[in-house]
Design a protein around this ligand. Structure first.
Ligand code: SF4
Length: 483
């Protein structure tokens, strides 16, 4: 059946999707396949990541591009962070004459909310073209432009005759989805509709892989991933992070597709399969030896290189074995609580087993078919552990951490550090995390934090979390109400 995916993750037809739930991994693993996990909503919520941010971040590093945000100025807040990644990424790639991303915001105000903002959008697109002459201009919608019903596509079609740039409107209003990965999907749907619409599939390049990379992959991880694939004779079309219009147009000619992150381009790869017959591998993020093995074998199978990959994996493991064993001897038995995006959380959860550590809790923004596979795998490794399906709910996190008292916390460290728990981060866009050579880095970061807990202990002595003592005694999932 033709995939008519809307770009809203909650509306996918091939999986149930949960964004609000709390309990244990055995219950989750048992009830999800029976479709009786239990629909729930949080009646108190501290924040959600906006999908517009993900659409912008996915494309911001593209060469010869400009970006128009049709929104109030506040929606551009995260562009500063994405621009910082872009600047650092350029230096890492040897582009020392560093540039800023070319972002223009229409700055919708109260008057536009009443009278409409289409004229401002026209002007912004013309300005982006006049100022930068980019090959492509991406235009991002926002809650405000969506609510007032500005006809962004009509403006784009009207202005397209006046400019030489390809215009790509992206429907990424923040309110459309509670799952910020929908923002990635919105970006890919727009690429398909506005960049690839006239591109015919050429001759298949037999050794070429579309490698979809999210903006959170460090350059050293890109190098490692390309090395691994190159070693078994697979060439990479690395997209859309640090790519170009030309590389996007090459997508239909690849022999196969995969993504570095599990929730990046997973839906889009289905579309490429339906439209161009390009097979894809969707396994896990290549963090840790077993995950990297699984990820590589998934790709190798599409290129008829399974035996070669198996041999390669064995030789790579020999090279890093002493590092893993050394870390294992120091980290064995330590307990871990993990939070992060779905891809990284579950990949890190499998990685810590390489070091003999034990998972006691995990926070994931989403629970769907993919998560179920991960939970079943982790249940076998660790037994029962806490599962919090939540997107940035610090009040639940601190309550859980206070109960579970893990030896180390992996994730955004702000709140765990104030409890005095050693912390580190798996989402590190400037440092190594993936593949074989880089796996020791995260392990040694964890070890360093455990051996040097003084900083967080001092923070805990002097910084107070805003919750009353009473909250720590209550059910952490008190505000998750079953319907
Ligand atoms: S698009 Fe909506 S959710 Fe996103 S930053 Fe703007 S107002 Fe907030």
């Amino acid at each position: 059946m033709k995939n008519t995916y809307s770009g809203i993750r909650e509306q996918r037809r091939d999986t149930e999707t949960y964004t609000d739930w709390g309990g244990d991994s055995f219950t989750a693993g048992e009830n999800f396949p029976k479709r009786c996990l239990g629909r729930a909503e949080r009646v108190f919520s501290q924040g959600l990541q906006c999908q517009q941010t993900n659409s912008v971040m996915a494309l911001l590093s593209m060469e010869d591009a400009a970006f128009v945000l049709h929104s109030p100025v506040g929606c551009t807040g995260c562009c500063c962070m994405a621009n910082d990644w872009f600047r650092v990424g350029q230096i890492h790639r040897g582009q020392y004459a560093m540039k800023n991303a070319r972002v223009i915001v229409t700055n919708l105000d109260e008057r536009d909310i009443i009278l409409g903002g289409e004229e401002k959008l026209r002007k912004a697109i013309r300005l982006a073209h006049e100022r930068y002459r980019p090959k492509v201009i991406f235009i991002f919608t926002s809650c405000s432009s969506g609510i007032i019903g500005d006809d962004v596509e009509a403006v784009v079609s009207e202005v397209s005759d006046e400019v030489s740039s390809v215009l790509v409107p992206i429907r990424c209003e923040g309110f459309k989805s509670k799952i910020c990965a929908s923002g990635y999907d919105a970006a890919f749907l727009a690429i398909s509709k506005y960049i690839l619409k006239d591109v015919e599939k050429g001759e298949t390049e037999e050794d070429l892989l579309n490698l979809f990379a999210p903006p959170t992959v460090s350059y050293i991880d890109q190098v490692e991933i390309e090395r691994i694939l190159g070693d078994i004779g697979i060439r990479v079309n690395y997209i859309p992070f640090y790519s170009s219009l030309e590389k996007i147009r090459k997508i239909p000619n690849a022999r196969a597709s995969t993504a570095i992150c599990k929730v990046f381009a997973d839906e889009y790869m289905k579309e490429l399969y339906e439209k161009y017959g390009i097979p894809y591998s969707h396994t896990i993020m290549p963090i840790g030896t077993r995950n990297t093995d699984k990820w590589l074998l998934g790709i190798a199978a599409l290129f008829g290189k399974t035996a070669e990959a198996e041999q390669y994996i064995a030789s790579e493991y020999q090279k890093v074995r002493h590092l893993v064993e050394d870390l294992r001897s120091k980290l064995q038995g330590k307990s871990v609580f993990i939070t992060g995006g779905t891809g990284r959380s579950f990949a890190a959860a499998a990685l810590i087993d390489d070091f003999g550590m034990k998972l006691v809790g995990i926070e994931t923004p989403v629970y769907d078919n993919d998560t179920q596979g991960d939970i079943e795998y982790l249940n076998k490794l660790y037994g029962n552990f806490v599962v919090d399906i939540a997107n940035m709910m610090p009040y639940e996190q601190v309550n859980l951490l206070n109960r579970l008292k893990p030896d180390v916390f992996i994730g955004v460290p702000v709140w765990a550090a104030k409890l005095g728990i050693p912390t580190t981060h798996v989402l590190d866009i400037k440092r190594p995390t993936m593949g074989y050579r880089n796996l020791a880095y995260l392990g040694s970061k964890i070890l360093y934090q455990i051996e040097n807990p003084g900083f967080n202990k001092n923070i805990a002595k002097h910084a107070r979390l805003p919750y009353k003592k009473d909250w720590y005694e209550q059910d952490p999932f008190k505000y998750v109400k079953r319907s």
